[in-house]
Every structure is written in structure tokens, then in C-alpha cells.
Design a protein around this ligand. Structure first.
Ligand SMILES: Nc1ncnc2c1ncn2[C@@H]1O[C@H](COP(=O)(O)OP(=O)(O)OP(=O)(O)O)[C@@H](O)[C@H]1O
Length: 233
């Protein structure tokens, strides 16, 4: 299980996260929602060890000191938003890069076929440069690349960003499938309707703090939107 205790993090002298204490239960999907600038992406970056932090980040009870490559070896992988694929490389080269952790290199061919099975469109475009993919295809590639190392925990950042509703449905279908396969998922998402549809737990962030935490079954979408839009006291 992944958890944080009194986590503070940010960029240089700018602190963004203020005492964030969260746990992300194994095999479940936790969604982090909140307005632009609430600190959601910063939280994912801090969990990946990409930012200096104070407080604690623990994985299976062990305190992390923050080396991303080491975390990836341990099964923690971040799927950034789809525009962050390697644009000058082909679809397949992008996927191969996802298999760099040592523990998964031997399975890379099998994993690639599995991913092509989930995303037939990536298979059709395996030789195409990633920079020429549509937004939806690039999002699928970012997810596929993250899945190449058979992660235990996937941190997914805004998978619906800029996508047409039908593609959003497709991407969330894959997220459902990953969850059914037992992957622990932390999903940052502005599309609260879609996020609530797949989540077990919901945390609402505002100004770098968690202001509401509930099981998804106890969250009312209208109430969430009221809280979402409420100004700071
Ligand atoms: N590289 C950076 N350097 C300095 N400040 C940053 C940097 N990246 C983000 N910030 C600031 O940190 C705060 C939180 O940003 P973050 O991207 O975590 O928000 P978010 O909740 O993910 O928002 P969005 O939904 O718009 O992506 C914002 O005020 C933002 O301007």
C-alpha cells in the first residue's frame, strides 16, 4: 500500500502541497479531484520522487527517499497526460521504452502483444511517429507505455484531457479493466462524473490541501460540485 503522511512538496521555494495525509489501498482505485492548480499533478510528481518533499511517503510500510527509477523497479509507474509521449519516436519505440525496468524486460514482447490487444489502434499505428497521433491515440500510448512494466500501482494524470466523449469512454474502459486485473490506481481527473464511475475512494483537493475524503459510494456529484466551486473561506 502507498501512503503519505503530512506531505509537503512544491517547486523550489514555492510550496504547493500542505500536510497531505492519504492512503491508496491496494487493488483499489482512488481518485483525486479538484480545480486547476489545486496541486493534483504536484501530488503525483511528489509520489514518484520527482520533487523534494517533507513528511513521509511510504510504500508497503517502507519510507521512500525518492529515486524514480528505483520506484519503477518496485512497480510504481506514472502515466502523464497524453501529450507527453516521445513525439519523434514511433508508437512501438515509445512502448519499448516503457519496459526499461529490469524486472520486466524479459516479458516485454508478451506485454506489448497484450497492450496491442487492448489498444488495436496502437497496433495499426505501431510504425507511426507518436507526434502525429490524435489526442486520444496519444493518451492510449501514454497508458500503454505505463503498462509495459506490469505496474502494481499506476498513477494516471488527467486521462480525459482534451478528448472527445467517445474516446473518454474508451480510455475509462481500459482503466476499469486494469482495476479488474488488480492494479492499484491513483487517478487524477477533472471529469468528476467519469472519475466517480470507476473510483472506490474520492479525495477533493483545494490549494494544496485535501478538503474532503470519502468512499465513492457516499459522494453525491452535485454536492461535490458545490464543494469544488466553493471559494476558500
Ligand atoms: N514547474 C513548476 N514550477 C513552479 N510552480 C509550478 C510548477 N508546476 C506547477 N506549479 C504550480 O503549482 C500549483 C499546483 O499545480 P498542479 O499542476 O499540481 O495543479 P493541478 O491540480 O494538477 O492543476 P491542473 O488540473 O490545472 O493540472 C499551481 O499553482 C502551479 O502554478
Amino acid at each position: 500500500m502507498l501512503e503519505t503522511r503530512n506531505l509537503r512538496s512544491g517547486y523550489g521555494r514555492i510550496n504547493v502541497l500542505w500536510d497531505v495525509s492519504l492512503s491508496f489501498p491496494q487493488g483499489q482505485l482512488t481518485t483525486i479531484v479538484g480545480q486547476n492548480g489545486a496541486g493534483k499533478t504536484t501530488l503525483l510528481r511528489a509520489l514518484m520522487g520527482l520533487l523534494p518533499h517533507e513528511g513521509e511517503i511510504r510504500l508497503d510500510g517502507q519510507r521512500l527517499s525518492g529515486k524514480t527509477w528505483n520506484l519503477t523497479e518496485r512497480g510504481l509507474v506514472m502515466v502523464p497526460e497524453g501529450r507527453l509521449v516521445f513525439r519523434d519516436m514511433t508508437v512501438e519505440e515509445n512502448l519499448v521504452l516503457g519496459a526499461y525496468p529490469k524486472r520486466c524486460r524479459a516479458d516485454s514482447r508478451t506485454n506489448m502483444e497484450r497492450i496491442y490487444g487492448l489498444f488495436p489502434r496502437l497496433k495499426e499505428r505501431r510504425g507511426q511517429l507518436a507526434g502525429s497521433l490524435s489526442g486520444g491515440e496519444a493518451q492510449m500510448l501514454a497508458m500503454g507505455r505505463g503498462m509495459m512494466s506490469s505496474p502494481k500501482i499506476l498513477l494516471i494524470d488527467e486521462p480525459s484531457l482534451g478528448l472527445a466523449p467517445v474516446i473518454v469512454q474508451e480510455v475509462f474502459g481500459i482503466i476499469r479493466q486494469l482495476k479488474a486485473d488488480g492494479t492499484t490506481i491513483v487517478l487524477v481527473e477533472q471529469n468528476t462524473h467519469m472519475a466517480l464511475g470507476v473510483a472506490d475512494h474520492v479525495h477533493l483537493m483545494r490549494s494544496g490541501q485535501v478538503i474532503m475524503s470519502r468512499p465513492a459510494s457516499e459522494v453525491d456529484l452535485d454536492e461535490l460540485h458545490d464543494l469544488y466551486l466553493a471559494r476558500e473561506a
